[in-house]
Design a protein around this ligand. Sequence first.
Ligand code: 3PY
Ligand code: MG
Length: 247
Amino acid sequence: MEFKARIAQGETLCGTIVTLNLPSVGEVLSECGFDWLWIDMEHAPFSLSDVQAMLQAKNRACGALVRIPVNSEEWIKRVLDLGVEGIIIPHVNTAEEAKRIIDISYYPPQGCRSVGMSRANRYGLDSRYKQEANEKRGIFVQIEDKEGVANIEEIAKLPGIDGIIIGPTDLSGSYGKLGQVRAPEVVEAIEKVLKVCKRHKKPIGIFAKEAELGQHYIKQGFQLVAVGIDVHYLWTAAKAAVTSLKS
Ligand code: 3PY
Ligand code: MG
């Protein structure tokens, strides 16, 4: 089943963040049973070609959401054309920003997305893509600033936004508690966003560095839960091995 349909059915989908721009990294992680990869162009040195190569390498049963570097038409359009299950737009703070994203991301008549031959439409061979893309591709915006939390009601209302993903680390910084994702102010903001999204039946996701926190978020009702980061998995295992060898 398509990724967006699984979300609509209320399934909880577990992902992980990918920052190492090697196709094999996405390939290995997609074989681990994650439902989706969060390919991170915001903080990692992925080129569009790197992302395309990773999409070609990964197991097809595992979806891919690509976080674009900044909220801009160029990135939205070019990343959607790579043929992804969806895009994640960081730091969205107002309904006006979200409406502009919808306009750029949807083909007419819902929006003004431009058409080109690309991997998304199998280089032009898939003539149905233009009709199906609006329904099937997911547009996810990140709430990770105080301003976004203040405007969550207006953003969550918009039907063209397929889900809200909280960025707890940046959110903690916005409340003067950088890195303290369990600080009371941050937890309160997370709960507010969760409550509003539930009221609007808007799928909601979040990132957790560790699986234990991810489990907590799943129990709270988060549906898209990204746990861990490739480099963090790598160094925690490597450090544990070194520690055991040297002790
Ligand atoms: C954040 O925590 O700020 C994110 O964007 C997820 O990594
Ligand atoms: Mg962030």
